[in-house]
Design a protein around this ligand. Structure first.
Ligand SMILES: Nc1ncnc2c1ncn2[C@@H]1O[C@H](COP(=O)(O)OP(=O)(O)OP(=O)(O)O)[C@@H](O)[C@H]1O
Ligand SMILES: [Mg+2]
Length: 374
């Protein structure tokens, strides 16, 4: 669907691709926001407007399979590359791509630095008519690891757009019926994130009113944790993937703490983080403040946090928060179980030796439960 909020980004990308000084453009945004959908549309329009003669897309993913990417590009060029060796395949592709006059290669879903030369994509000066459009969840990947000349962010859908997408997917407008207000609230809970709206709307298509009301109740309680079935799985796993990719325990814990405790500025993160011993090897408040800023910046770059008015402030998308809470609870429960098992053992020993009574054991369990998320 063509949304107003995407139009200016789409135009911006097409303009950047027409700029003769640019050959590598990036698109970033949180998981499930619509990057792939957008770049597909860019490719379609770029071809339709004769900006490029050929448009080739390939999905890179977290574990890039160079040979597979080479095979996909070669096939779409009508080039046979049966050679086993990656470098020979790369050389054959490179030779072919240099001959092309107007070609756009879309490499979707990049998670780290990707060696374009190793694939066989010509770079900078000798690239002929070949341009590259990349998508990633992290801005850092595009600007630092891939050196894109211009990057575009994809944001959440506004209320009107989210409502149109939901209506289109349910195929049932509920515009005037008794369920209009239920539908509106369901859309609100999805907070403009297409990966949440689309599967939930599809799941509710042709369902009875009580199922819609039930869905809303579940969404309100906790978007993902209590919403059973496949509807929420796509949204959940999309964001869980971003969480799994966060480098280091400190960053992951920071993400969970911000989500769980509704923290929205660096000062509060510093206060809670220091209290919980979140920052290892830190001696002064100044050091801790710098660390907190760095961690927040990293989460913003990964699109798990949204920018606030100043670098001090930030916010978390509601659906992302639900995932954070869900992960924190799950990890907390796991730790709690481990610790209670340990505590039970100790309690048994203590009871045997008459050193500890039931009340102390209860207290220990409470302490374990409180600390479980950390
Ligand atoms: N403009 C749109 N119109 C209709 N559906 C959309 C639109 N944008 C996104 N969607 C739907 O939302 C879901 C997620 O979109 P998409 O796969 O493009 O997100 P993404 O940002 O590429 O996610 P990821 O980071 O996981 O790769 C898909 O089901 C897609 O069809
Ligand atoms: Mg994608």
């Amino acid at each position: 669907m063509h949304f107003e909020s995407r139009k200016s980004t789409l135009k911006g990308i097409l303009d950047a691709l027409s700029n003769r000084n640019f050959n590598m453009i990036g698109v970033y945004g949180m998981g499930g926001i619509g990057k792939t959908t957008l770049v597909k549309e860019v490719g379609r329009q770029a071809k339709e407007n004769n900006l490029f003669e050929k448009v080739i897309s390939s999905r890179v993913s977290q574990t890039p399979q160079i040979k597979e990417i080479q095979r996909e590009i070669a096939e779409k060029l009508g080039l046979k590359i049966d050679q086993e060796s990656e470098s020979v395949r790369a050389w054959r592709l490179l030779e072919q791509l240099k001959k092309e006059t107007k070609i756009l290669i879309i490499l979707d879903d990049i998670w780290g630095s990707l060696d374009l030369e190793a694939i066989g994509i010509p770079l900078a000066d000798d690239n002929g008519g070949c341009k590259v459009l990349l998508t990633a969840r992290s801005q850092d990947v595009l600007s630092c690891k891939m050196d894109c000349q211009q990057n575009f962010v994809v944001d959440v859908l506004n209320e009107k757009e989210a409502w149109s997408l939901f209506k289109k997917m349910t195929g049932d407008c509920r515009e005037n019926g008794e369920l209009k207000s239920v539908a509106a609230e369901i859309v609100k809970e999805c907070a403009g994130l297409p990966i949440a709206i689309v599967p939930i709307a599809k799941a509710l298509k042709n369902k009875s009113p009580y199922e819609w009301r039930n869905a809303l109740r579940q969404l309100k309680r906790n978007f993902l944790r209590s919403f059973s079935g496949t509807q929420a799985v796509a949204a959940y796993s999309t964001i869980q993937l971003s969480y799994n990719q966060l480098g280091g325990e400190e960053l992951r814990k920071t993400f969970l703490l911000i989500g769980y405790s509704y923290i929205c500025n660096v000062k509060d993160l510093l206060y809670h983080g220091m209290g919980l011993g979140l920052f290892p090897n830190i001696n002064t408040v100044d050091e801790a403040r710098d660390r907190a800023h760095t961690l927040v910046d990293k989460l913003k770059n990964s699109c798990l946090l949204l920018d606030g008015d100043t670098s001090e402030w930030f916010s978390m998308h509601d659906v992302v928060r639900d995932v954070a809470i869900s992960i924190a609870s799950r990890e907390g429960e796991e730790k709690e179980n481990e610790k209670s098992a340990e505590a039970n053992e100790k309690e048994k020993d203590a009871k045997n030796s008459g050193k500890i009574n039931g009340r102390v054991s209860k207290l220990m369990k409470t302490i374990h439960a409180t600390c479980a998320a950390f």
